[in-house]
Design a binder for this molecule. Sequence first.
Ligand SMILES: Cc1cc2nc3c(=O)[nH]c(=O)nc-3n(C[C@H](O)[C@H](O)[C@H](O)COP(=O)(O)O)c2cc1C
Length: 416
Amino acid sequence: MHKLRFTTAGESHGRTLCGTIEGIPSNMKLAADDINHDLARRQKGYGRGGRMKIESDSVQILSGLRWGATLGSPISLLIENKDWPNWERGMSIDALDTGAIDPVVRPRPGHADLAGALKYDQDDVRNILERSSARETAMRVALGAIAKKFLAEIGIKIYSYVIEIGPEKAYLEPFVTEASSDNFSDSSSDSFSDNLSDNLSDNFFEKFYENLFDRAEASELRCPDNDASERMKYEIDLAIKKGYSLGGVFEIAATGVPPGLGSHVQWDRRLNARLGKAIMSIQAIKGVEIGLGFEMARRPGSEVMDEIFHGPGGYYRETNNSGGIEGGISIGMPVVLRAAMKPIPTLRRPLKSVNIRTHEPMEAAYERSDVCAVPAAAVVGEAMTALTLADEVLIKFGGDSMAELKRNLEGYLNSL
Ligand SMILES: Cc1cc2nc3c(=O)[nH]c(=O)nc-3n(C[C@H](O)[C@H](O)[C@H](O)COP(=O)(O)O)c2cc1C
């Protein structure tokens, strides 16, 4: 049923991460730099561990392109792990290197370590943690960058920003007022994608999310609220000092999404369900809300439904509490979701664990680790949102070339 398929492979300290994506139509321009930009964004953030400082990821595109444009064939990617020379024997695929480094025998609570070791019959936890590590998300971000480029061609943009870290919350209310005022100048453009997004999304929302995103890009914590950002940094400094870790909440908004992605007719075709699965698949994500989410449950129905209006531009809504999805179908408003990330489970002051060979009580193992990675998780969230929406666009509009896809989309929009 999926029109866009992707997989990743690779261990955290293995030679490389690899990924393939199949279903991107032909004749889309793409370059490694389009992907490297997002790889760098994933590596940023106050509170990241030592690895981010020693490694700066860059991608090699191995197939699916010729002379800077997609062929419609599978695109395969490779990211080298720059730390590989230090792990060449410890993570070797060759049986001759067996035992080159000590086994990990103290599973970390909150990781796949113990459950994975039991399930895969391992007495060295490294055989689990190397793949369960969120290092894998570098490849998801690379594949997601391709999906984002594809979506941008038809006017769909994906934004992310951090709204909570530990006990601290961003205050976004002032940005609503900012977007409603005339502080922004309208840039008119006659390109297909610009016209499309102008037609599809209310200008207010476009400005609102663009502003939040621009502020997030300039912030060490991807947080649009500078005051909150300072308080969050203080909390992270405290966590570093005391040896614990922090989680938080990020928000994703996709603008320019046409009405009609996803479907009410079957459980696994509902757009909210697909996005929920995609976001929940990110390491450490423990909750997803669409639109008002849990807050919707607390308010009366008269306050939370988005009333329907009709004007010269067609149907419109003045609110977007549904997060752009009703009955599992996009309604033409921005798709908005929030994700909760638990605190990083590897702690410098380790928790209690048990040696899996002797069953003696011991402290959990410590591997170099982030203290807070919510900003990075937000960038991974953008990637998973983009991959899901790109698949839904292809399911709805099809097309083997970009020109065919755009024709199909334009025909549909004109028919609405
Ligand atoms: C971008 C990102 C970076 C992460 N960095 C670390 C890290 O440095 N150390 C760590 O212990 N966990 C880190 N995690 C979280 C773990 O990968 C995750 O909690 C673990 O694999 C267990 O999965 P679960 O929390 O989904 O149950 C990170 C997660 C993400 C999304």
